[in-house]
Design a protein. Structure first.
Length: 271
């Protein structure tokens, strides 16, 4: 045993792999290991500190980004249908806006189209209803006029509230007129003129005795006023169609809360 130990030591000394330049082949240097481990620890600590210092809102957004990308890349069938109908509505409304400005194809007829739109404005109708109410001497006439005034006021308030909620702009960048600001008709959806003419035409058809030609003219007037709002570029086609629907619903509402003759007389006496 004592003789074998010197022999093994001499053999280790003579081994080429035990030299300093070949030590890296057998095992990594301790200094390199320590430096690598310390650099890993520092990078891990820096990453943890950065993750702690990052804003939770940013982390939430980073987590939501993949979902948003998936939603954009794989939209639902309802989303595709809605966006397609919206694109068609905008395209058709721009094509029908032939009087949007003076340079348009029908720019010369813009004044006449605006005049047609004024016939469906709320201010002239409210003023005319008040004048007729003052001059009316029959109880039946006063009852109809008071309910018509109620319908006009409800139309202005309902349309103004819906427009404030939707805040949809028209197909062209056209500023509302002075009368539009007075009735708070500053946005596109729903079209206030369309709702008003639909409500008025239905109201007159139900409560006035009119000949058939006058009934046809009344319906044509409502349709032309609605079309004029698209031609001057103030509303989309869907804005006008929705305005017609809301106008009919307002008429049904007025029919439900119809004021009797006694109520009308009481209100007139107070006024």
């Amino acid at each position: 045993m004592p003789a074998s130990q010197p022999r093994s030591r001499a053999r280790d000394r003579n081994n080429v792999l035990n030299r300093a330049e070949f030590l890296s082949l057998n095992q990594p240097l301790k200094g390199n290991q320590e430096s690598r481990s310390s650099s890993r620890k520092q990078s891990g600590q820096a990453g943890a500190a950065g993750a702690q210092n990052s804003n939770p809102k940013e982390r939430r957004q980073s987590q939501q980004l993949p979902e948003e990308d998936c939603m954009q890349l794989n939209p639902s069938l309802k989303g595709i249908a809605f966006n397609s109908l919206l694109a068609i509505d905008i395209c058709m409304s721009k094509r029908l806006g032939v009087c949007a400005n003076r340079a348009s194809s029908w720019g010369g007829a813009r004044s006449m189209i605006n005049l047609l739109g004024i016939t469906g404005h709320g201010i002239p109708w409210i003023a005319g209803t008040l004048i007729c109410l003052v001059k009316s001497s029959t109880l039946a006439g006063q009852e109809v006029l008071m309910n018509l005034l109620l319908a006009l006021l409800l139309d202005i308030m309902i349309v103004a509230g819906l427009q404030k909620l939707a805040k949809r702009k028209g197909p062209y960048d056209i500023n509302p007129g002075l009368l539009d600001y007075l009735t708070m008709d500053t946005y596109a959806f729903p079209a206030g003129h369309a709702s008003r003419v639909a409500m008025l035409s239905k109201f007159f058809l139900n409560h006035l005795v009119l000949a058939i030609p006058l009934r046809i003219l009344l319906v044509l007037w409502a349709l032309c006023v609605g079309l004029s709002r698209v031609m001057i570029g103030r509303h989309h086609i869907t804005d006008v169609l929705s305005g017609f629907v809301f106008g009919y619903l307002q008429f049904r509402l007025v029919e439900l809360i119809w004021m009797s003759s006694n109520t009308c007389q009481m209100l007139i006496s107070i006024w």
